[in-house]
Design a protein around this ligand. Structure first.
Ligand code: HEC
Length: 107
């Protein structure tokens, strides 16, 4: 009886783990719309200051600032506010999801 319970618990855990690993901190982000916004609004300035990799060096530099999903959202708000871009919160969500998928890969 004990062995059976233990086996069942192990099995349940094994089934749950792959699901947990796929959790997306920015669910349903529209990556196509985000790419369009990112190409138009974000790359040029980043490329000017952190040149290389087509403007994405800023996201991959060793001492990058963003180390958590919430820091990513916050930095996005900082950049868009600095620019007076007036993006909707949904747009920032799409951008965060897009950058996370390509560079940060937070789960
Ligand atoms: C006017 C210039 C400028 C524009 C335009 C700009 N940013 Fe930035 N961004 C910066 C600077 C400068 C930093 C680095 C800040 C630092 O290192 O202290 C930065 C950093 C970031 C980071 C953090 C990178 C890291 O270190 O992990 C993210 C994410 C980011 N920007 C997103 C965006 C997005 C998305 C847009 C477009 C909607 C955008 N930025 C537009 C200037 C800009």
């Amino acid at each position: 009886m004990r062995t059976t319970l233990h086996t069942a618990a192990t099995l349940a855990l094994a089934l749950a783990l792959p699901l947990a690993a796929q959790a997306d901190p920015f669910p349903d982000a529209d990556h196509a719309a985000a790419k369009d916004m990112h190409d138009r609004l974000c790359i040029e300035c980043h490329e000017r200051r952190f040149s290389g990799e087509g403007g994405s060096a800023i996201y991959t530099r060793p001492d990058r600032r963003v180390t958590t999903p919430s820091a990513l959202s916050q930095q996005l708000t900082t950049c868009t506010t600095m620019l007076n871009l007036d993006l909707f919160p949904e747009d920032e969500h799409h951008l965060a999801g897009y950058l996370n998928k390509l560079y940060y890969k937070f789960e």
